[in-house]
Design a protein around this ligand. Structure first.
Ligand SMILES: CCCCCC/C=C\CC(=O)SCCNC(=O)CCNC(=O)[C@H](O)C(C)(C)COP(=O)(O)OP(=O)(O)OC[C@H]1O[C@@H](n2cnc3c(N)ncnc32)[C@H](O)[C@@H]1OP(=O)(O)O
Length: 280
């Protein structure tokens, strides 16, 4: 949860500042279907800063504990599912915070990847890098047209670690995954469907959510315990490997991000993003 200072005029006529907690995610459970929708709400692009990651984690845990029949993840932004890690967290970073950001990204991934209920991503906008990570941790993906999705880390001079790549490898043939990762390729919606990175295209967010609901509905007559154990069987090796390496992975991430040439690259990339945004 992040906090914001609200200014108001109190009874004495003096202006006061009040700190309020703002959640960057919402969870809504549909009474009829029992399916929970987790919506990311950090405008403009759901950049994954520490606070958003903490809220996603707490929402996944809420869904784990409220007997929901399934989880759909989506975004409140009209054009972007998530732009991935907030690049400002990686540029000239505070070391303790950077460590916490990466640890929470790991937590979000393993909670979403390992949750027993069926999961689906209603990708209602662009989903590069960490956005793609969230989508590929799910069991099903529906995306709106004319957007991009993929792991573009090499374009930023950083390397997606094995646990992050495992979502890709669950979905794409190894050959396609290797080429896409080494190129830092971002797939258009049509290309993503063609390669199997997404399962369906929908014309709107509402249609994407409906298609996710239909996917989760396919398990209605399947024993949920048998389903969950089967899912775990498929995902256990990746999770075991991740837990073995997670601490080393945090150290590797920090030392990579702190390299002067990587800092320089991130700075240039950020400038490019800002220039592009100002031109629009
Ligand atoms: C061991 C090491 C392992 C490393 C593994 C790393 C794993 C994950 C890393 C990441 O997730 S790195 C993040 C990579 N993300 C990107 O490269 C996406 C960059 N963004 C875009 O391409 C576009 O913004 C978009 C998502 C396609 C959306 O385009 P749109 O035209 O709708 O919006 P913009 O005008 O470009 O942006 C609006 C506004 O947001 C700022 N912004 C965009 N993305 C980010 C971001 N990831 N972090 C921080 N800020 C971002 C952008 O600069 C604009 O800001 P203003 O100029 O308006 O202030």
């Amino acid at each position: 949860m992040s906090s914001r200072l609200l200014s108001f005029v109190g009874r004495t006529g003096r202006r006061r500042l009040m700190s309020t907690a703002i959640k960057l995610t919402t969870v809504e459970v549909n009474d009829k279907t029992g399916i929970a929708t987790l919506t990311m709400c950090r405008p403009p692009v759901n950049g994954q800063n520490l606070e958003l990651l903490l809220d996603i984690k707490s929402s996944i845990n809420e869904i784990k504990n409220n007997n929901s029949r399934g989880l759909i993840i989506t975004s409140a932004s009209p054009k972007v599912f998530s732009a991935g890690l907030d690049i400002l967290e990686m540029y000239k970073p505070d070391q303790q915070r950077l460590r916490a950001v990466w640890t929470e990204l790991q937590n979000v991934w393993c909670d979403l990847y390992g949750i027993s209920v069926p999961t689906a991503a209603a990708i209602n906008g662009h989903a590069p890098a960490g956005g793609c990570l969230l989508a590929t941790a799910c069991e099903y993906r529906v995306m709106v047209p004319n957007c991009i999705i993929g792991l573009n880390e090499t374009q930023l001079g950083i390397i997606a670690p094995k646990w992050l790549v495992s979502g890709y490898l669950n979905i794409l043939p190894k050959r396609v995954a290797e080429r896409a990762l080494t190129q830092g390729r971002l797939f258009t919606t049509d290309e993503a469907l063609q390669e199997g990175l997404i399962d369906e295209i929908a014309n709107s967010k509402e249609e994407a959510v409906d298609k996710c609901v239909a996917f989760i509905g396919t398990f209605a007559k399947v024993n949920p315990v048998a389903r969950a154990l089967t899912k775990q069987q498929f995902r256990a090796d990746n999770l075991r490997q991740f837990h073995k390496e997670r601490e080393q992975d945090v150290d590797d991430f920090l030392s990579l991000v702190n390299r002067p040439e990587v800092q320089k690259g991130i700075g240039i990339y950020l400038e490019g993003l800002k220039k592009k945004a100002n031109k629009q």
